[in-house]
Design a protein around this ligand. Structure first.
Ligand code: F6P
Length: 326
């Protein structure tokens, strides 16, 4: 394998708090180890359209505490085409980029995998997504911050829910994965989480809520993961309203506010460790792997596993929520 001298770095897909900390860690670790770094703007789009600049240690000063990504991000259709990837490869050659570090979620790492296979380019991925849905890593960069944001929001909704004795359905992000909804529900003391991984019938849900109201509570909060499988908070609320008109139902969709904000300490530390590990991986001759964390240890996960296997929901968490919601 040719010696790596210059590393290209990009963020792709939905932004996630902690991406800047990861950009900083990759850049500084790379320079520390004697590599040059090129920052690629707007994800794969910048690779196709040649938005590539030198990145020095100063480029990543004072960014560790900011949400979003200083490299900007995009979902790029051109990169899904053979011609787009060809153009991307030509721009890599033009800038003498020998390896890529890609920070992003499922779709971004799928793109990285295809590109690496087609052009024999060493690529290392960092899991950057609030969804926590990548197999092989306990946590993704941005998930802890988003989870804390969900908790913060639900705490506030609880005040009004309880004052008006209402039933609230709160929709959280997750792109067909229930991690934010389930752990958000546990952290905020919600009555239930409706997640795509586990089917919940409306009458089961109503029973749970009824029990809650009857025993001790005058209000109820249910977190719903966005997904056609759950029907989303709107869909679910509509069904409950029709069948159980006695409840005063309200819906809140938390939406993109879950993606912003200053990253938590956990996300900053995770991003810093993973960014440094990406450079170690390249030094060790690894390619086409995602950096993961498993039981606090850094691990290398082949792209094929990270993007193609479904990360399971921990049944113990489901049971904990069920027990605590009585
Ligand atoms: O993958 C991150 C995520 O925030 C998902 O939870 C959500 O489904 C999606 O991105 C929203 O994408 P966009 O910002 O393009 O609307």
């Amino acid at each position: 394998m040719a010696k790596i001298k210059t590393i290209g770095l990009l963020t792709s897909g939905g932004d996630a708090p902690g991406m800047n900390a990861a950009i900083r860690a990759v850049t500084r670790s790379a320079i520390f180890s004697g590599f040059k770094v090129k920052g690629i703007y707007r994800g794969y789009r910048g690779l196709v359209t040649d938005e590539i600049v030198d990145f020095k240690t100063q480029n990543v000063s004072n960014i560790i505490h900011h949400g979003g990504t200083v490299l900007k991000t995009a979902r790029c259709k051109e990169f899904a085409t053979v011609e787009g990837r060809q153009q991307a490869y030509e721009n890599m050659r033009k800038h003498e980029i020998d390896a890529l570090v890609v920070i992003g979620g499922d779709g971004s790492l799928t793109g990285a995998r295809e590109f690496a296979a087609e052009y024999d380019v060493p690529v290392v991925g960092l899991p950057g997504t609030i969804d926590n849905d990548l197999y092989g890593t306990d946590h993704t960069i941005g998930y802890d911050t988003a989870l804390n944001t969900v908790m913060w929001c639900v705490d506030r909704i609880r005040d009004t829910a309880s004052s008006h004795e209402r039933l609230f359905f709160i929709e959280v992000m997750g792109r067909d994965a229930g991690f934010l909804a389930l752990n958000g529900a546990i952290a905020s003391g919600a009555e239930a989480a409706i997640i795509p991984e586990i089917s919940t019938e409306v009458d089961q849900l109503a029973e749970l809520i009824k029990n809650g109201f009857r025993k001790s509570k005058n209000s109820s909060i249910v977190l719903v993961a966005e997904s056609p499988i759950t029907g989303g908070a709107m869909g679910l609320a509509e069904r409950v309203r029709k069948e159980y008109p006695q409840y005063d139902v309200r819906v809140t969709i938390l939406g993109h506010l879950q993606r912003g904000g200053s990253p938590t300490a956990c996300d900053r530390i995770l991003a810093s460790r993973m960014g440094a590990a990406a450079i170690d991986a390249l030094l060790e001759g690894q390619r086409n792997v995602m950096i993961g964390d498993s039981n606090e240890e850094i691990v290398y996960v082949p792209f094929s596993k990270a993007v193609h296997k479904n990360k399971p929901i921990d049944p113990e968490l489901v049971e904990t929520l069920r027990r605590l919601s009585i």
